[in-house]
Design a protein around this ligand. Sequence first.
Ligand code: CP
Ligand code: NVA
Length: 303
Amino acid sequence: MKRDLISMLDVKDDLEEIIDLGIKLKQKSKRGRSIELMKGKTLGMIFEKSSTRTRVSFEVGMTKLGGHAIFLSTNDIQLGRGETIEDTALVLSRYVDIIMYRAKNNQDMKELAKYSTKPVISGLDDKEHPCQVITDLMTIKEKKGSLKGLNFVYIGDGNNNMAHSYLLGCGIVGMNVKIVAPKKYWSDGYYVEKAKKFGVNVEVTDNIEGSTKNTDIIATDTWISMGDEAEKVKRIKDFQGYSIDEHLMSLANPDAIFMHCLPAYYDYEVTKEVAHGKQSVIFDEAENRLWAQIGIMVTLTNQ
Ligand code: CP
Ligand code: NVA
């Protein structure tokens, strides 16, 4: 039975095992040892949206695993000219061993997974960004030693893919999660309710004042996700007052870390002083995309 990763809920039973595998293979590779666990395997990577980290980390990850990755932009493949997702999935499944898909919407992601006979990994859609959140939890575990009981706050667009995957990811590993966003950007209730079911404290608020007190991790993301460009002017206005600056960081626990999946837009969701400051782990996070996804690909192809 093939296994997909489209939502954080797809890893609810073995999330920490995947994280630990990523950490173990990172350490092994850094010691100069081979991690060629997917020799001769091929990853097909379909991109409907731009990417720097996802594209490069999946491709390098596959190389480290002894396999090969193929970059498939919808500008070039027949999917972009109207071939169905169903036929694309059925054809690619005959060639490749695993598929990564960065999709405009979650319906298309589910459709590809439905018809693919090989595991499908989301490289982001409009609802979730699970690879990034698994990476972030791995980074937190490396920095803090463990995850359970930590206090996580996300400030910014609460209704985007990162916020939704953070809600589920924090719930699964037992971290308390707070989403701070203007009311019209509050998270989809589905993700809030799912997170609560894991028994952690879940709070959604528009009150940024003092919101970082007693916090171990402060995270944000762009106010204008891919696909939201038409609303840019409105969003910049709506999010005024929700920038993370040194004052907000100073209210958090002294060893708090700052996270951002990148790309960042300085002086909007965060100042450059914070993003490049001593509490920031944004470039460790970017690196860990590589190692977390190695853990994910090995896990999904070994079911
Ligand atoms: N964080 C992330 O997914 O970055 P890219 O859009 O560059 O892949
Ligand atoms: N929320 C952002 C994440 C980019 C990695 C977007 O969807 O554009």
